[in-house]
Design a protein around this ligand. Structure first.
Ligand code: AMP
Ligand code: FE
Ligand code: FE
Ligand code: ZN
Length: 302
């Protein structure tokens, strides 16, 4: 086992052994496509004995206040975060942003633009789907959106409407068929580039981590080495290594960037409540890494 400064950033065990204790830094609630409330999320994390959690709903911080209140009530350390949608080279890229200034104008504009684009895109997909499945109206999809205009809308809400109408058996089955990226109904979300996301989050005083970049089930083409180096040059803080979607060979590839460039290696479950098989706490980030991730940011751990 190597003991230099860089490998410490991967944790003592390297990537071979995923952390068994620590923080779950990737979790969704009803404020995007999760099925549980922030209160249920914090209560479940407490029951599991997690050291801490991050709330990371897509393109919003709308769930933060309720999560902070619940975190105080349950004595569960909480990192306020957001999973930001980006796109480059026909590749969909997700970036986890943590502890940034929520009043930052650049970020506010980015979220407003993406959320508006997401809404228009879901409505257009619904229009296409309803030509073949007339039950799938915008009303039917909106009925699946759990926190009204506070919720970031996406394909999962279409999936839930397809399940409610009895057309699909589960969200995952909908994602494998009618709303798959390869389906004729699919439209991608117009989004900023990953470099723009890194720059905007850094300006807002936050930390930014590249999420599940080694998941081949999400993209035909993964982010290239050059694109990853571009992000590191722009100020990327870390890479999510321990995520169920990252293929084993991709974990090695991503860990190599972590070591070579002295980044942080994180882990998270990508928990969506009942919306996905992922279990809360199934992937974790070591305490020491969380400490480095949180140091010197605009916000502190709540
Ligand atoms: P969208 O961002 O609207 O294209 O939708 C993709 C999102 O759906 C990703 O963030 C996934 O995490 C989420 N998702 C939720 N449930 C599922 C599921 N069962 N299978 C695949 N993706 C899912
Ligand atoms: Fe999601
Ligand atoms: Fe994601
Ligand atoms: Zn996620």
């Amino acid at each position: 086992m190597l003991e230099n400064e860089d490998t410490k950033r991967l944790g003592k065990a390297g990537i071979e052994e995923a952390p068994v204790r620590g923080w779950d830094l990737h979790c969704h609630t009803r404020f995007s496509d999760g099925t549980k409330t922030p209160e249920e999320f914090i209560a479940e994390a407490r029951e599991l004995g997690l050291h801490g959690v991050a709330i990371t709903d897509h393109d919003t911080w709308n769930g933060w206040d309720r999560a902070v209140q619940a975190a105080r009530q349950y004595g569960m350390p909480l990192v306020r975060g957001t999973e930001i949608t980006a796109h480059v080279d026909h590749t969909s890229v997700h970036m986890l942003a943590y502890l940034y200034n929520p009043d930052d104008k650049g970020l506010a504009r980015m979220f407003a633009d993406t959320r508006a684009a997401r809404l228009a895109r879901v409505q257009e997909m619904v229009k296409r789907i309803s030509q073949d499945y007339p039950q799938i109206t915008w009303e039917a999809v909106r009925a699946q959106v759990r926190e009204g205009s506070q919720t970031t809308v996406g394909r999962p809400h279409i999936a839930d409407a397809l399940v409610a109408a009895g057309i699909c058996s589960s969200r995952s089955q909908a994602f494998a068929t009618i709303i798959a990226t390869t389906s004729k109904y699919y439209i991608h979300v117009p989004s900023p580039t990953p470099v723009q996301v890194v720059q905007t989050v850094k300006r807002a005083g936050g930390a930014v981590v590249l999420a599940h970049a080694g998941d081949r089930s999400r993209n035909k083409y993964l982010l290239s080495d050059d694109r990853i180096i571009e992000l590191i040059d722009a100020g990327l803080d870390g890479i999510e290594i321990w995520h169920r979607g990252n293929d084993p060979d991709q974990r090695v590839r991503l860990a190599d960037f972590v070591q070579r460039y002295g980044l942080l290696a994180t882990g998270g479950s990508d928990w969506h409540g009942a919306g996905k098989p992922n279990l809360l706490g199934e992937n974790l980030t070591p305490d020491a890494t969380v400490k480095l991730l949180c140091e010197g940011r605009f916000l502190s751990v709540a």
